[in-house]
Design a protein around this ligand. Structure first.
Ligand SMILES: Cc1ncc(COP(=O)(O)O)c(C=O)c1O
Length: 379
């Protein structure tokens, strides 16, 4: 067995799924704020595009993806960020961003070269760690601080760490905290990575889910297209978690290398999924509708939890509420208390160092279920 598999801690969401399943088996009705898997329907035009594209004869998809999908992603970048991308060399589809995030170090890391380290901040989406470990890399984990807006500041790291690093991950809007950054921050991090020869990888899974129309989150691609890769996803933006579809965009040379690696691995996205994703990236109305729904849930929950004395950290985007455990208590014990009441939350420790003392709510249950949950919420 791969040593990394032995060392892997249970995927937190898998653990939660097991606990939820056992409660459901006992007939307990749950308000599930655990996993970030939205329940709002996939827009009909996206579903129809998939149906229309189902082929009579099914053949292997290409790793490069359909030209139509790559163009739809490039057009989206033009509309959303005023960034021009060359659809043939700077965009690559993925089978959801999780696999592409996991696979990046396998393609780009050469531990024997001495550049063996992957940097990421914590608390975090757990896949940055898993990808680094399975690629035989070393991790350098930076604990993100509330006092610093949960920003990963690469410029503050010792040059000894930077000079042995191959990849640095940033993720804004941030899961789990909802922290956001501005273009000045992205410029500084890109400059630091350029100076130290590090591939800067930006996970922008939540880029289209903001709460305040005055401040849509920026993309790293607004700052540079060199030495960087941006990871995007249809999952939360378009209600397509089950479709498994995303993209990788950025530096043409890095994209070409990653494409070669992905062809060797055989990660292609089915063409009928790509047809649906093409429609998704071509439309800005449905993400706006979804933003309105998530914002309404967020406003309701924030007001209700504040009434119960729960301190919610400010955030401008994402799919989550990040809050302090009441009475400075233990997050696991609080999560267990919530579960007894039928409410599923994620204790901050699920997301690694820096998560202790906090808990995360995914804006998943319907507005009326949010109201029902608030009525029984433990303080
Ligand atoms: C920060 C972050 N990145 C990436 C993903 C993966 O998204 P998907 O594989 O559905 O595209 C998630 C999913 O929850 C996430 O929270």
């Amino acid at each position: 067995m791969n040593e990394a598999l032995r060392a892997l801690r249970p995927y937190p969401m898998a653990e939660l799924q097991r606990r939820k399943a056992s409660l459901r088996d006992q007939g307990i009705d749950l308000f599930d704020f655990g996993t970030g898997d939205p329940i709002e329907p996939t827009p009909p035009m996206i579903r129809q595009a998939l149906i229309d594209a189902l082929p009579t004869i099914s053949q292997y998809p290409s790793v490069a993806g359909t030209p139509a999908l790559r163009s739809a992603v490039a057009d989206y970048f033009q509309r959303r960020f005023a960034v021009s991308l060359d659809a043939s060399s700077q965009v690559l589809p993925s089978a959801g961003s999780k696999e592409s995030i996991f696979h990046l170090p396998l393609a780009m890391l050469d531990p024997a070269s001495g550049r063996d380290t992957v940097i990421y901040g914590s608390p975090a989406y757990p896949v940055y760690q898993a990808g680094a470990l399975f690629a035989g890399g070393r991790e350098h984990v930076v604990t993100l601080k509330h006092s610093h807006g949960f920003r990963l500041d690469l410029t503050a790291l010792p040059s000894e760490v930077l000079d042995r690093s191959a990849i640095a991950w940033i993720n804004y809007p941030h899961n789990p905290t909802g922290a956001c950054v501005d273009l000045a921050y992205l410029r500084e991090q890109a400059a630091c990575c350029r100076e130290h020869g590090i591939l800067l990888a930006s996970d922008e899974c939540y880029a289209d889910l903001w709460f305040d129309d005055a401040a849509p989150p920026p993309s790293l691609l607004q700052v540079t297209k060199e030495g960087i890769l941006v990871f995007g996803s249809c999952s939360k933006r378009s209600g397509m978690t089950g479709y498994r579809s995303g993209f990788i965009a950025g530096d043409a040379e890095l994209i070409a290398s990653f494409r070669r690696w992905r062809a060797a691995m055989g990660v292609g996205s089915p063409t009928f999924i790509e047809a649906a994703a093409t429609v998704a990236w071509g439309d800005d109305a449905h993400p706006a509708e979804r933003r309105a729904i998530f914002s309404a849930k967020r406003a309701l929950l924030c007001a209700g939890l504040a009434e119960r004395g729960i301190d919610i950290l400010p955030s401008e985007a994402g799919l989550y509420i990040w809050a302090t455990v009441p009475s400075n208590g233990d997050a696991d014990a609080y999560a267990a208390r919530c579960l007894d009441a039928g409410i599923v939350i994620s204790p901050g420790g699920f997301f690694g160092n820096g998560g202790d003392g906090f808990f995360r709510l995914a804006l998943v249950p319907s507005l009326s279920d949010c109201e029902r949950a608030l009525a029984i919420w433990p303080s």
